[in-house]
Design a protein around this ligand. Structure first.
Ligand code: ZN
Length: 132
């Protein structure tokens, strides 16, 4: 297993970590199989979406903010960051990518994003590989 540490800068932020993941993949002996990328946090997640136009990531954050307001009278979690937990569950904590000849089979416009919902913090991203 490999670990990437990602320092986030904003309270909510999507950070493209595709290059870091590919670099670790290239240094390893992983050639063909399945890569699982997992975030061990309850207020951060991981998703695959468009990396070509950065406004897509901003729009995703804006939509999540409208869906899950920061304050609601019925929230019970005492820490006060219920919205961050809900958003983390909505995007999920892992993605799986097909790896062939040492490269990830991502679409032309796809990137892998760490989704920070309660930053800034340092987040861990775990990578595990299963060969075919
Ligand atoms: Zn909490």
């Amino acid at each position: 297993m490999e670990t990437i540490n990602v320092r986030t800068r904003e309270h909510a932020q999507l950070i493209d970590i595709t290059r870091e993941i590919q670099e670790l993949l290239s240094k390893s002996n992983m050639t063909t199989g399945i890569l699982t990328v997992f975030v061990p946090h309850t207020t951060a997640g991981i998703t695959i979406n468009e990396s070509a136009d950065p406004s897509v990531a901003r729009d995703i954050l804006a939509v999540l903010d409208r869906l899950v307001p920061w304050r609601e009278p019925y929230y019970q979690h005492m820490e006060g960051n219920t919205a961050s937990h809900v958003k983390a569950s909505l995007v999920g904590s892992s993605v799986r990518v097909i790896v062939e000849d040492g490269g990830m089979k991502l679409g032309t416009w796809q990137g892998i994003f760490l989704c920070e919902f309660d930053g800034p913090r340092t987040r861990k991203v775990y990578m595990a590989f299963q060969s075919n």
